[in-house]
Design a protein around this ligand. Structure first.
Ligand code: HBI
Ligand code: FE
Length: 267
């Protein structure tokens, strides 16, 4: 029998060194293919701020971004830093990072033969999907506030509600821009199929963003969404979170039932 000694080099906050030099040419190529395909797919679909932030990712070398170089640019814009983690981290660790303006990125990339399928957020989702908008000041502040609210929701036993807010904004949010609906959620920005589906399919429901409704709406993480919520602007979203008394809302909603994302809700 073979015995292996696994040396756990993880830090308490689950961060690990990126070891950029250890990515293979094949892994860098997967990033480049995804980057080119997705930048093209998002033309006319993503919010303007996404394209403004995308140059943060145009580094001196192609391939998976070297976080040291990326962080110099991102930090200069909004004070955010990307840290490497092995994959999904516990909720408290995740929110603690956000509350300190650090975004955890999975230190691996999907395989070349399954460009559209990932079980866990990889470096393409985390960096291509989240970083460009972290260069936008209102989103940068919103994400930090989500970190603090995540920790508070855990203490209040209401993490499922905060998770819905995160899901329907940060991951799958839509925004109105000059009368057109656009994508800003990272789950959409990094998905070839759902970036089209979210805007063009007649199937899903698209409602104006309403905080109590969002907090009550269930979601699926294993299929395209059946409901999307549309914000007016990032400033409006940030204001909404700053002005909300989430603890009071959680109490108020304790009696209200959950909503099915596939069913129209009439307030
Ligand atoms: N960990 N690496 C990583 N990335 C996430 O997006 C993430 C996580 N842990 C928990 C978590 N997300 C969820 O709690 C939030 O999406 C609500
Ligand atoms: Fe994400």
């Amino acid at each position: 029998m073979l015995t292996e000694t696994i040396i756990d080099t993880r830090n308490a906050d689950w961060t690990i060194p990126q070891h950029w030099e250890r990515f293979t040419p094949e892994e860098h190529r997967v990033w480049d293919v995804l980057f080119a395909r997705q930048s093209e797919a998002l033309k006319g679909r993503a919010v303007a701020d996404f394209f403004r932030g995308l140059d943060v990712l145009r580094l001196s070398r192609p391939g998976i971004p070297d976080l040291e170089e990326l962080n110099e640019r991102l930090f200069a814009r909004t004070g955010w830093t990307i840290v490497s983690v092995p994959g999904l981290v516990p909720d408290d660790v995740f929110f603690e990072h956000l509350s300190k303006r650090r975004f955890p990125a999975g230190n691996f990339i999907r395989a070349a033969d399954s460009l559209d399928y990932i079980e866990q957020p990889d470096v393409f989702h985390d960096v291509f999907g989240h970083v460009p908008l972290l260069a936008q000041p209102a989103v940068a502040d919103f994400m930090q506030a989500m970190g603090a609210e995540g920790l508070a929701a855990m203490r209040a036993g209401a993490l499922h509600r905060l998770a819905r807010l995160y899901w329907y904004s940060v991951e799958f949010g839509l925004a109105l821009e000059q009368g057109e609906t656009r994508i800003y959620g990272a789950g959409l920005l990094s998905s070839f199929g759902e970036s089209r589906f979210a805007l063009e399919s007649p199937e899903p429901r698209r409602s104006r963003f309403d905080l109590p409704q969002v907090l009550r709406t269930r979601y699926r993480s294993d299929a395209f969404q059946q409901a999307y919520f549309v914000i007016d602007s990032f400033d409006a979203l940030l204001r909404l979170l700053n002005d909300a008394d989430l603890a009071a809302l959680y109490e108020e909603l304790a009696e209200a039932g959950d909503l099915d994302p596939g069913v129209e809700y009439l307030p």
